[in-house]
Write a protein that binds this ligand. Structure first.
Ligand SMILES: [Zn+2]
Length: 572
């Protein structure tokens, strides 16, 4: 193939549409599984399909590997012949090539969403650039999931009364999105899954994975409109029917999803039971509005349940903002108008959440930190918040007692104004040594982070990010994170900080700092290390006994168990 036949100019930014299931194998339209096209980055694909960031692996029923999906010989492996979705449920369930294409498309579009929203490439935590998706494994639902150490997501299959053959879990779009989101977050914020992490951190993993999975589907105008058309009598008009619209739109869209129940088990859907009790039958989503937030949620330690508090608040914001958009002139003029507003809000809130992750501290993150991150990141790209998105988001989190500083104080720079910049901007964007130099030259930051001067701190990463704000301007920033971990005997912890502990401890802390395009500090989220009040709370809330003193294999097992127990009570 000559270079001339290949669209070089468009390659870096161009995308291809790949057919995938809109939700899962049992969401039907006119009797056929409902499919959609997902936009994924254009890349060279080899057997599998295998791209630069994902490979797909499928053992056949008899243990044989699946054949490659690359079909177009003229363009070799640059072009890709999209495979159509089978129109028959049984055929779909048995079509391994479509399964691989679907999983690849969902995974690649999820990673692409994160990368384009955060304005940077995101690496996996495991060594290597490619995450393996094992799509038809002889394992149970509880054992399906992300394994960070191996860089693999394994998906099992199971019997479902609606089909003769076993149904691959990877056919559910939300399951794939959920697991890939775990992998993305684990690569970006590895400490969130520390075995020594807090309940909030483990719950945050679960909550974000769920919200991204739900809103990825709800972000499709086509899908929301389709759902409204299928369930709402449009002849009566839409005024005064907001509750019905919301039930049909947001919750109806989720009906075909696999979604976790509150016990981390699959929602086995029974059409008869659902007809009898339509509102309660989809626990993961439908608990959101009617039940509100339990007052004692901070005592909930199971990550799914605790994570629901965060998901609920965010989905509540989606509903409020959707209604606000409907209230604008002509907002209820057609189901298309309504559906488009809903999907738009879904995309916007999803982007707020993903951007917010980039404004959280690297370690000991709480729900309050994530809320602050969401608001702070939004403030940077949308200083003029004409529709009051930030106020709505704040209000949605208030009943759970999750709060953040006022907009003007979100940057965390009080007391950090007169800083020294004996650094080179080019090096600051890429070199941890340069970031360390900046920190060293500015003791005010080290004091604010209560860094122990006798223990080394580690600048873990430095990355430039380029984002396009909704007004079309490029927001260019540098983000850097540093962490300090101070081991102390129980005696030292009591004497130095007055901590109540009988065990040795590791005091952790550090911060995320961001620089604007002029190389000036524009944001700081700090977690003070030698802060007795914070560390005592941290000790009281730790998700398990400290791993300090444990052998490496034991720590690795504990780390693996974090994702294990995220996925079902059987592993606890
Ligand atoms: Zn999970």
């Amino acid at each position: 193939m000559s270079d001339a036949s290949f669209p070089v100019a468009d390659f870096a930014s161009s995308r291809r549409n790949v057919t995938a299931l809109a939700e899962g194998p049992f969401t039907l339209l006119n009797g056929a599984p409902l499919s959609t096209t997902l936009s994924v980055p254009w890349e060279r694909l080899s057997r599998g399909p295998t791209g630069g960031r994902f490979s797909t692996h499928i053992g056949g029923d008899d243990g044989t590997p699946a054949r490659p999906l690359i079909l177009d010989s003229e363009f070799e492996d640059i072009a890709y012949n999209d495979r159509r979705c089978p129109t028959d449920v049984e055929k779909l369930i048995g079509d391994r090539k479509f399964l691989a294409q679907h999983a690849y498309a969902v995974a690649a579009s999820t990673l692409s969403l994160f990368e384009s929203t955060m304005g940077r490439r995101l690496a996996w935590k495991c060594r290597g650039h490619r995450l393996a998706l094992e799509l038809f494994e002889p394992i149970s639902y509880e054992d399906s999931g992300y394994d960070g150490a191996r860089g693999v997501i394994r998906f099992g299959h199971r019997h479902d009364p609606r089909a003769r053959k076993h149904v691959p879990l990877a056919l559910y779009r939300d399951v794939v999105t959920h697991e890939v989101t775990h992998a993305i977050i684990d690569g970006y914020r590895p400490h969130l899954a520390d075995p020594d992490g807090t309940f909030d951190e483990h719950a945050m993993h679960e909550s974000m994975a769920d919200v991204v999975a739900m809103l990825s589907v709800f972000s499709s105008t086509e899908r929301v409109v389709e759902q409204l058309q299928a369930t709402i009598n449009t002849e009566e008009g839409f005024d005064g029917r907001d509750d019905e619209i919301v039930q049909s739109g947001l919750f109806g869209v989720a009906d075909g999803l696999f979604s976790h129940t509150d016990r981390g088990r699959p929602a086995l859907r029974d059409p008869q039971a659902e007809a009898a009790a339509p509102v309660q039958s989809h626990p993961a989503l439908r608990r959101i509005v009617p039940e509100g937030t339990p007052a004692d949620w901070r005592s909930i330690t199971e990550p799914h349940q605790r994570g629901t508090v965060f998901s609920n608040a965010l989905m509540d914001a989606v509903l409020v903002l959707w209604r606000t958009r409907m209230d604008r002139p002509g907002g209820r003029s057609s189901e298309f108008q309504i559906g488009e507003s809903g999907a738009k809000v879904g995309r916007q809130v999803l982007a707020m959440l993903i951007r917010g992750l980039g404004y959280t501290p690297p370690i000991d993150v709480t729900f309050d930190d994530l809320l602050r991150g969401i608001l702070a990141a939004d403030f940077v790209v949308m200083p003029d918040d004409s529709l009051d998105y930030r106020a709505v988001v704040r209000k949605s989190f208030a009943p759970a007692g999750i709060s953040a500083a006022a907009d003007d104080d979100l940057d965390g720079l009080a007391g950090l104004r007169d800083l020294r910049y004996p650094v080179r901007l080019s090096a600051l964007a890429s070199d941890p040594e340069e970031v360390y130099r900046f920190l060293w030259e500015n003791p005010a930051i080290l004091r604010a982070a209560a860094i122990d001067p006798d223990v080394s701190l580690v600048v873990e990463r430095v990355r430039p990010s380029l984002r396009v704000a909704p007004d079309g301007f490029i927001v260019s920033e540098i983000g850097a994170s540093f962490v300090q971990q101070v081991p102390m005997s129980a005696h030292e912890a009591r004497n130095r900080l007055g901590l109540r502990t009988r065990d040795p401890v590791v005091l952790r802390g550090g911060g995320l700092i961001r620089f604007n395009e002029g190389g000036r500090l524009s944001f700081a989220a700090l977690k003070p290390v030698l802060d007795s009040e914070r560390q005592q709370q941290r000790l009281d809330e730790a998700a398990g006994p400290s791993v300090i003193g444990m052998a490496e294999p034991e720590i690795a097992a504990r780390r693996a168990a974090v994702f294990g127990y995220m996925h079902g009570p059987t592993r606890r």
